[in-house]
Design a protein around this ligand. Structure first.
Ligand code: ZN
Length: 175
């Protein structure tokens, strides 16, 4: 396994629409495993392939707590086929928008169709934190970020901050 570099705002790749995978082969499994290692190292509870600059429709999630055994979940070509009317609110963050958190309201339960790490079609009804993380990560596959679900005022402010930080990093190479 290998650690991958996580891209951050304002990298334009984050706005790409990722492409579906035709099959789950060893190369795909290798990328999934690299993504799990990268997510654990960060640390985070979800990571989409585009966050490591691979515009492919796949993501990993691990909701295990620090003192629990790792329990990575793999989703290839995930698709939400049903959403509950009931909503739930969670303070979200994103490895591609470091150290920024904001409350986002989403459907409380979602039925998701996907292909697993062995290439088998699966379907689950997710609720609670898993429902939130799945929707956040599937958004990434369509170039959507959690800040797109908050007010324009707050979104513009956070984007401006990251653009400024990126410029400062570029403009001042170390001596
Ligand atoms: Zn994210």
């Amino acid at each position: 396994m290998a650690l991958r570099h996580i891209i951050t705002l304002p990298d334009p790749k984050l706005r790409l629409v990722s492409k579906p995978l035709e099959r789950v082969d060893d190369a795909v499994r290798k990328l999934l495993d690299d993504m799990v290692e990268t997510m654990h190292e960060a640390p985070g509870i979800g990571l989409a392939a585009i966050q490591v600059a691979e515009p492919l429709r796949m993501l990993v999630i691990d909701l295990a707590k620090k003192d629990e055994l790792a329990n990575p979940l793999f989703f290839v070509n995930p698709e939400i086929v049903w959403s509950a009317d009931e909503r739930s609110t969670y303070e979200e963050g994103c490895l591609s928008i470091p150290e920024y958190y904001e409350e986002v309201e989403r459907p409380a339960r979602v039925r998701t169709r996907f292909v697993d790490r062995d290439g088998k079609p699966q379907e689950i009804v997710a609720e609670g934190l898993l429902a939130t993380v799945l929707q956040h990560e599937i958004d990434h596959l369509d170039g959507v970020l959690f800040i797109d679900h908050i007010s324009k005022l707050k979104r513009d402010r956070v984007i401006k901050k990251f653009v400024k930080m990126a410029k400062r990093a570029e403009g001042h190479p170390p001596l």
